[in-house]
Write a protein that binds this ligand. Structure first.
Ligand code: ATP
Length: 235
């Protein structure tokens, strides 16, 4: 069994003439947290789209648990344990909190048990389980999006900007939850504009700049690299 749960090689994504991702490669070892950071428009969401099967890459390959899944449809990837927490949460605001969580557990045998675990991890969701999800605050909706993904029992969790639009206190809470999930053994690919926070949480980091990986390596090394700090972490 290889150490790598996920491996992306030579990924290119284009939208018409826009070359959003160019020759991006990275690996996610089992149980580790890797982070892709970079400015708005750097191509981070496009990489996650190609990994989760929502975007068809122009070229390159995605391997998951030793299998070439580049051409697998998105639903097959979810069934195999690759679950996305999408940018902007995308929860169903007219359904209740409980119904949103049930959707995450669609076709999962242990759904009820996992939902109970999520109510323990997120007491605020338990308190509001019968309210429509649209009444939750932005931070609570983000927690719901993460909890819904966890109910799908991921082996690898793909997170697209979970801290976006949240107050500093809620950003802290989201990162605490990410640490907790990671401690359960789930492999995490975290995409963030909040590069400093993401790299502090990560084992390995990849800096994306206009579609290309400009720097990569152990996250502590990137955090100490003057070029990375000056260009991406605000000095
Ligand atoms: P953000 O933080 O804004 O999501 P990002 O780093 O995730 O940024 P992408 O969303 O992957 O970056 O976008 C990379 C590039 O591809 C940008 O130039 C963007 O305008 C372009 N792009 C993304 N999606 C599409 C699309 N569906 N059609 C055309 N261009 C797109």
């Amino acid at each position: 069994m290889s150490d790598e749960l996920l491996r992306v090689d030579g990924l290119h994504v284009s939208y018409g003439r826009v070359r959003a991702v160019r020759d991006v490669s990275f690996t996610a070892p089992r149980g580790e947290l890797i982070s892709l950071v970079g400015a708005n428009g750097a191509g981070k969401s496009s990489v996650l789209g190609a990994v989760s099967g929502l975007v068809r890459p122009k070229s390159g390959t995605v391997h998951y648990d030793g299998a070439n899944i580049t051409r697998w449809p998105a639903h097959r990837r979810v069934a195999a344990g690759m679950v996305l927490v999408p940018e902007g949460r995308q929860i169903l605001t007219t359904l209740t909190v409980a119904e949103n969580l049930l959707l995450g557990g669609w076709r999962r045998r242990r759904a009820a048990a996992t939902i109970a675990e999520m109510y323990e991890l997120f007491p605020v969701l338990a308190q509001r389980r019968d309210l429509s999800a649209g009444t939750l605050s932005g931070g609570e909706q983000q927690m719901l999006a993460i909890a819904r993904a966890m109910v799908a029992q991921p082996r690898v969790l793909l997170m697209d900007e979970p801290s976006m639009g949240l107050s500093p206190k809620l950003v802290d809470e989201v990162f605490r939850v990410i640490e907790t999930i990671r401690a359960t053994g789930v492999t995490i690919v975290l995409v963030e504009q909040n590069a400093r926070r993401a790299l502090r949480a990560a084992d390995t980091g990849y800096v994306l700049e206009t579609g290309v990986v400009s720097h990569s390596g152990p996250a502590p090394r990137l955090l100490a690299d003057r070029r990375v700090v000056d260009a991406y972490l605000g000095g």
